[in-house]
Design a protein around this ligand. Structure first.
Ligand code: NAD
Length: 497
């Protein structure tokens, strides 16, 4: 299919794609596929006011009814899966299967959130006072600003949108300026769900297009109580303090520097498959991509040889072609950053295997994934380079391996390959991995939506998606009801008139 075919199938008319100021390029071949209109900063106050207006109506809609909208969104996404998946491939450069997988993730979160809409449970709490009842209730909080990154152009929105909507909140989405078309397509799909739903308030779900300055309008507004921001640690360092300074609630999902420890007892064949998928899948452009391999010295030579053999046969190229496993980087700047990181790794004593610029499709930024043997966990190894670079360092004791795993500024995802129960449990214990995600015998990437997703330290501390992450999108109210004829005070305090 040509780019035009993909855009047409996703419901775009020619007029929407021309006449604007934001050039959209496909990483597949660098071609400009659209030039779309950007939201102006002057429009933002009215957009936020519309969301506040929608909030006043939506918060009063019973949560299971709100869940019905998200159920319909899931249905519409099922119907549009192929078209939206192809658009993700066009705009983010993901291989076909990963583009479709991203849409499946959206469907999964809709199912999860629909069920959740009947389970926004609070506690009942034993009161110390006779004739009193205490309870905790979760209420809608207000418009949720969603700032998302290019590499999961649609799934991250759906995590936040599905959750915010069932929790009773309108949403305003600012996607990456590199992937506005997938965002526009999502809003078209949501519009179909809204039409079937019937009576949702106008302004419930809005899209704003532009760069950081448009995101800043959400970050700075007191009328946007929650800002969920996904992207680089650099972005989070700007956004987080600003939201906190106005007593808003930031949900930060930032950079990772994810490691795998490979212990002597590991099933090496399984480890190799997990390593290759998590290090080179999505061309190393997942927040959970595997970036550091911490290998026991006794198996290091053997494992590196196996990986070099696997890397040598990796099909790099057009992400739409069957058989391709490594598509393009998002743009030339990403390719430059990769090459600069490899040069730094060499200067820090590393031996680089692979990593050369690859042919791919003319106009795209393609590279062979790199495996880099490092003498130590030096500065470049502690830096997230958003590209398929896997650094390998050795260890002798598990304590040393865990110390290396934790000795980076980021704290997103981690894993250990071992058949030794003591090692596995130690890795998962309080003295083990310091990351938000810690796995045993699977790689660090490819999380399911049922678990809370996010990480510690410079990854930002936010949690989204499964478990009780929904609580981040609601306000908590503790209520005490006195059904006695007395007025006892807590802690035995006497204050008799
Ligand atoms: P980026 O930080 O360049 O941009 C992310 C988004 O933030 C964009 O929409 C951008 O316009 C916006 N933005 C940037 N500065 C801003 C500011 N000052 N105010 C308001 N908005 C601002 O990130 P990217 O290159 O699109 O994505 C790659 C990064 O995202 C990697 O570091 C990756 O690890 C991270 N990421 C993290 C997760 C996670 O869940 N932890 C998921 C996906 C990506």
């Amino acid at each position: 299919m040509t780019h035009e075919d993909v855009l047409k199938a996703a419901g775009f008319g020619a007029a929407e794609l021309r006449g604007g100021t934001l050039a959209v390029r496909s990483p597949i071949d660098g071609a400009e596929v659209a030039r779309i209109r950007e939201t102006e900063a002057a429009e933002m106050p009215a957009i936020i006011a519309r969301a506040q207006q929608a909030f006043r109506a939506w918060r009063a809609v019973p949560a299971p009814r709100r869940g019905e909208l998200v159920r319909l969104l899931g249905e519409e996404l099922r119907a549009a899966k192929d078209e939206l998946g192809a658009l993700v491939t066009l705009e983010a450069g993901k291989i076909t299967s990963e583009g479709l997988g991203e849409v499946q993730e959206m469907i999964d979160i809709c199912d999860f959130a629909t069920g959740l809409s009947r389970q926004l449970y609070g506690y009942t709490i034993a009161s110390e006072r006779p004739g009193h009842r205490m309870a905790e209730t979760w209420h809608p909080i207000g418009p949720v600003g969603i700032i998302s990154a290019f590499n999961f152009p649609v799934a991250v929105w759906s995590w936040n949108a599905a959750m915010a909507l069932v929790c009773g909140n309108p949403i305003i989405w600012k996607p990456s300026e590199k992937t506005p078309l997938t965002a526009m397509a999502c809003l078209k799909i949501l519009d179909r769900a809204l039409a079937r739903f019937g009576d949702a308030p106008e302004g419930l779900a809005q899209l704003v297009i532009g760069g950081p300055e448009i995101g800043a309008a959400l970050v700075d507004s007191r009328d946007v109580p929650v800002v969920s921001a996904t992207g680089s640690t650099r972005m989070g360092a700007q956004v987080g303090p600003k939201v906190a300074a106005r007593f808003g609630r930031p949900i930060l999902e930032l950079g990772g520097n994810n490691a795998m420890i490979v212990a002597p007892s590991a099933d090496l064949d399984m480890a190799v498959r997990a390593i290759v998928f998590s290090a080179v899948g999505t061309a190393g452009q997942r927040c959970t991509s595997l970036r550091r391999l911490i290998v026991h010295d006794s198996i290091r030579t053997d494992l590196v040889a196996k990986l070099r053999a696997a890397y040598a046969s990796l099909p790099v190229g057009d992400p739409r072609a069957p058989g391709t496993l490594v598509g393009p980087l998002v743009d030339e700047a990403a390719l430059d950053a990769m090459q600069a990181a490899l040069a730094q790794a060499r200067s820090e004593g590393g031996t680089v295997h692979g990593g050369a610029v690859a042919a791919g499709v003319a106009g795209g930024a393609y590279a062979a994934p790199a495996l880099v043997e490092m003498p130590a966990q030096s500065a470049i190894v502690k830096t997230e380079t958003f590209a398929p670079i896997l650094y390998v360092v050795g260890y002798e004791t598990l304590d040393e391996a865990i110390a290396l795993q934790n000795d980076v500024p980021q704290g997103l995802s981690s894993c250990i390959f071992t058949l030794n129960m003591r090692e596995a449990e130690t890795f998962l214990s309080a003295t083990g991995s310091d990351c938000g995600i810690a796995n045993v015998n699977i790689g660090p990437s490819g999380a399911e939506i049922g678990g809370a997703f996010g990480g510690e330290k410079e990854t930002g501390g936010g949690r989204e998606s499964g478990s009780d992450a929904w609580k981040g999108y609601m306000r908590r109210q503790t209520s005490t009801v006195n059904f006695s004829a007395e007025l006892p005070l807590a802690q035995g305090v006497k204050f008799d008139l």
